[in-house]
Design a protein around this ligand. Structure first.
Ligand code: SF4
Length: 624
């Protein structure tokens, strides 16, 4: 029996035989993995067989909020979505916020596991304990906002919360996202996994509440969290007012805002064109995740051009990077329009923008020509071509079919040396922070369990100057392997598992997170967590995720960065002259594996490390 934080139930839906079952969440799983990403990774390792086709019925799609979700803890309305990723073939987890995760928890579930494949397009309706499979034949082909509205109308309930896919997911684009309201579980193509199951949407309504183990301890713990947020010099005074979109100005000033497919970082710095000032004349309101007093989501309205009047929730910083910096597009209205289109089609904005930038560079280098593009001039900066490519990729039309599965797959098909312009790690397109001027970001891109994902081990020490666990110089390679292992474990446990918002963590809590989050978690659940316990949970999860990838054949050889980053120094800007050689990366990786207790040659976790983390059964499977 759980004292608080958990409902204690897992909902399992098999779309092949239409069975719906509810099972108990083992207490040991809750204590050892906390929730969210931890649950996704544990269940995926245990239940998805080696070599399973990510787009086959044997893959599983898991939606898992955390113990904080739906409680009075602010900024904790998030959930993780997990599956074997079709984009990377690694374990795949994406985090999202909004209102859907809270509703899922109120409906009574710590996770929903979806298996098999429906015969026809289907959506799932969950109303507390009542779960029904309904036809989505008439919804198939709809954009995400239409799909959500039509389901609300059908159910005669405008308050139901919906997660769905758009045409990109239906057409199995390996960059497809899952959208709830305009929030996205964006990365790693989990929308294609949903599409492969003929699952268009999940509609949820819950009326339950979340118990608290000790109300006496919980109240002051929530107050301490709110106090830390209030005391932050950046959270309300800056971040709340700008959201992540202030990042263009900040990261250009550091010389690490990647541009034109990573060929012009520091040279092309479009602050005046797409930075804060340019965005300010497009403001159209604010949005909040459930229970969040920060409200970092700023809506923008397109002012000019074919999409005038369109409103987007964002663009967030990474979207400004992918549709602005990477493509060389200087037109803010086109970046806002691209953001909205990507959400409507259900495409990950980072992977989509980086893939378009890749195609633009190939076109400029003559590797692609106008016969390939259907007559489109695909030079950097062509905002009309960018918007058209989003449609083509989503519907797999023309060159869009070639690009719909991301840069790695496209380069394999195109050949002609195009791989050296494909900016990905393990198939996942790179985020905005150029690691030549921020070395720990590079180690994280190379080693994160799901490809180049900034959020899995974001080096707050390099960017915000935090000193936990120690201060660093962003240009230096010293102690960056050790730092990356720490960041990955800390973020996994504190953010991805409790599902506390990592933006608020970065701005307000980093230095005091273990104490504040630990007090909250123990008051809520009755489980005690020290700083060491948290780090062990994070370490356990990063090890089991690594083990999943080892079982799929991944080794140290795939823990690398695109060749361009390892051979070309930065040519301009505040990080001019800084480089990241293969030797630098190898040195940092050696330190990373040593810190992790992994084999230096293979990158495999060693048996003794897995046993120490309570993962003997994992060692028996991957090291036999
Ligand atoms: S800070 Fe932003 S992303 Fe985080 S919970 Fe609040 S609105 Fe959501």
């Amino acid at each position: 029996m759980y004292q608080g934080g958990y409902t204690g139930k897992i909902l399992r839906i098999n779309l092949t035989d239409q069975s719906i079952t509810k099972e108990d969440l083992p207490q040991k799983t809750a204590k050892d993995y906390i929730g969210g990403a931890g649950f996704c990774i544990k269940y995926l390792f245990d239940e998805v067989k080696k070599g399973e086709d990510p787009l086959g019925p044997g893959n599983k799609l898991i939606f898992a909020p955390g113990p904080f979700t739906g409680t009075k803890i602010p900024c904790a309305s998030r959930m993780a979505v997990g599956a074997k990723s079709p984009l990377t073939n690694t374990i795949g987890v994406a985090l999202t916020g909004g209102y859907f995760p809270v509703e899922l928890k109120y409906a009574g579930y710590d996770a929903v596991i979806i298996e098999g494949k429906a015969e026809k397009p289907t959506y799932i309706q969950i109303k507390d304990s009542k779960v029904q499979l309904r036809s989505a034949v008439d919804l198939w082909g709809m954009k995400t906002s239409d799909c959500q509205q039509v389901i609300k109308n059908k159910l005669n309930d405008q308050s139901v919360r919906i997660a769905c896919i758009g045409p990109a997911g239906e057409n199995l684009s390996k960059m497809a996202s899952i959208i709830n309201e305009m929030r996205a579980a964006g990365r790693r193509g989990l929308g294609a996994v949903m599409g492969s199951k003929n699952l268009k949407a999940i509609a949820i309504k819950g009326t339950g509440t979340i118990a608290v183990s000790s109300a006496e301890k919980f109240k002051p713990a929530v107050a301490a969290m709110k106090g830390a947020m209030k005391d932050s010099p950046t959270l309300y005074p800056f971040f709340s007012k700008t959201g992540t979109s202030g990042g263009v100005d900040m990261f250009c000033s550091l010389g690490i805002f990647a541009a034109k497919n990573y060929s012009a970082t520091g040279e092309f710095e479009p602050v005046a064109e797409i930075g804060l000032k340019a965005q300010s004349s497009r403001r159209a309101g604010r949005a909040h995740c459930s229970g969040c007093p920060v409200g970092c989501t700023h809506l923008k309205r397109v002012k000019t051009g074919a999409h005038a009047g369109t409103i987007a929730e964002g663009p967030e910083f990474e979207t400004l990077y992918s549709f602005g910096g990477m493509t060389g597009v200087e037109d803010i209205d086109s970046v806002i329009a691209a953001d909205r289109l990507a959400d409507e089609y259900g495409l990950d904005t980072i992977s989509a923008g980086v893939t378009i930038a890749f195609a633009m560079e190939l076109y400029e280098k003559g590797i692609l020509n106008s016969d390939d593009t259907g007559g489109m001039e695909l030079n950097f900066g062509n905002h009309i071509a960018m918007l058209e490519l989003l449609r083509l990729m989503s519907f797999r039309e023309g060159i869009g079919d070639l690009l719909a599965d991301g840069t790695k797959a496209a380069a394999e098909k195109i050949g002609k040396g195009s791989e050296k312009y494909a900016m990905h790690v393990k198939g996942l397109e790179l985020p905005a922070y150029d690691p030549r001027g921020s070395k720990a970001q590079g180690v994280n891109y190379a080693t994160a369990y799901c490809g180049a994902d900034h959020n899995r081990g974001y080096a707050i020490q390099e960017i915000f100057g935090h000193s936990i666990p120690f201060s660093v110089n962003r240009f230096d390679i010293k102690r960056k392997g050790e730092l990356t292992a720490f960041n990955q474990d800390m973020r996994t446990a504190i953010g991805d598992c409790t599902t506390f918002c990592i933006f608020v963590f970065d701005m307000a809590l980093a230095e005091s997170a273990f104490q504040i989050i630990g007090n909250l978690l123990s008051a809520l659940t009755g489980f005690e967590y020290t700083q060491d316990d948290f780090m062990k949970v994070g370490e356990r999860i990063n090890n089991i995720a690594r083990a999943f990838n080892v079982r799929e054949g991944f080794t140290r050889a795939q823990d690398t960065l695109p060749n361009r980053l390892l051979t070309e120094p930065l040519k301009a800007g505040a990080s001019k002259g800084h480089a990241l050689s293969k030797n630098d990366l190898d040195e940092m990786l050696d330190e990373y594996y040593t810190k992790r207790g992994w084999d230096l040659n293979t990158g495999n976790p060693k048996r003794e490390k897995l046993v120490e983390l309570g993962l003997e059964y994992v060692a028996d499977i991957i090291l036999k």
